[in-house]
Design a protein around this ligand. Structure first.
Ligand code: GDP
Ligand code: MG
Length: 295
């Protein structure tokens, strides 16, 4: 039997469900998800291995017109992921397909390989036949080798999408051991889970103004792992909101983040959060570089 493998970029507009799809396929919570656009900021790698195939999925930030240096760095990430990918899976929200923007993946990386369009969130359509004009307008662009309707949330259509992805991959070996889920270190996902809580709990500019940096991650044989993280915000007033009255807000955030971290790691941790002001870090290229973004 032939074995197929390849790198598959998950790209598309913000909020289309890219990270939800990554999680649905790898059956783990690698990508952070929130109802707000631009939750994902870094390339997140998930590996699926099955009979005769290995797919390396790369989740990316939503494609937008960048307005400040952080967003420019995010779009650079999308471009780099597409450059390395064998196949692009372009997610579109069935409730928000904008035919004039379907060329979206080109602007970020002038992707040369094949593209599969995924019409996501079909569970939200009132009637299934509402899909027809959407599929038609996607097809008319001529950009896509295949169009697959799915619900990343319920999993409907995802097996079919997997078969379509596999059919477009070249013959090749597995790059990773079959039980490996990702290649990024635990500390990456820990930081992301803290940031996810910021997206779920705060409104307006605050989630966008927050960056999380892990300052300590110590495994302690006799007790729980010790994790210390700093939440950077952009102003003192934001710091006040994130900490909350008598520290309530940051304590609640920490408890929720700890629960998801413990579930992910499968072991108890001690989580210590600090809040610091880093004025305008999103517009400061030196600060962005220090935080690991490509400027
Ligand atoms: P991303 O920005 O493309 O990574 O989108 P996310 O995965 O963060 O999802 C954005 C929002 O859409 C979240 O609230 C998800 O729960 C929701 N979502 C994603 N996929 C689906 C879907 O198939 N159906 C429904 N109803 N909601 C979805
Ligand atoms: Mg995402």
């Amino acid at each position: 039997m032939i074995h197929r493998s390849g790198y598959v970029a998950l790209v598309g507009p913000p909020n289309a469900g890219k990270s939800t799809l990554l999680n649905q396929i790898v059956r783990s919570r690698l990508g952070i998800v929130s109802p707000k656009p631009q939750t994902t900021r870094r390339r997140t790698l998930g590996i699926v291995t099955g009979e005769g195939y290995q797919i390396v999925l790369l989740d990316t930030p939503g494609i937008i017109d960048p307005k400040y240096p952080l967003q420019e760095a995010l779009m650079r990430t999308v471009g780099e992921v597409l450059t390395d990918a064998d196949l692009a899976v372009v997610l579109l929200d069935a409730g928000a397909v904008r035919p004039e923007r379907l060329g979206i993946s080109d602007r970020a990386g002038r992707f040369e390989g094949k593209r599969i369009a995924v019409l996501n969130k079909i569970d939200l359509l009132r009637r299934r036949d509402e899909m027809i004009p959407l599929l038609q307008s996607i097809s008319e662009t001529g950009l896509f080798a295949e169009i697959v309707p799915i619900s990343a949330l319920t999993g409907e259509g995802v097996d079919r999408l997997l078969s379509v992805i596999i059919s477009f991959l070249d013959e090749g070996p597995a790059f990773y051991p079959e039980d490996q889920l990702t290649e990024q270190p635990e500390r990456f996902f820990v930081g992301e889970m803290i940031r996810e809580q910021a997206f779920l709990r705060f409104q307006e500019e605050i989630p966008y103004s927050i960056e999380v940096e892990l300052t300590e991650f110590k495994e302690r044989p006799e007790s729980k792992d010790y994790i210390e993280a700093v939440l950077f915000v952009e102003s003192n007033s934001q710091k006040g909101i994130v900490i909350g009255r008598h520290g309530q807000a940051i304590r609640a955030l920490g408890e929720a983040a700890r629960a998801s971290i413990e579930q992910f790691l499968g072991r108890p941790v001690y989580l210590d959060l600090r809040v610091k002001v880093a004025p305008k870090w999103r517009r400061d290229e030196a600060a962005l570089r220090r935080l690991g973004y490509r400027t």
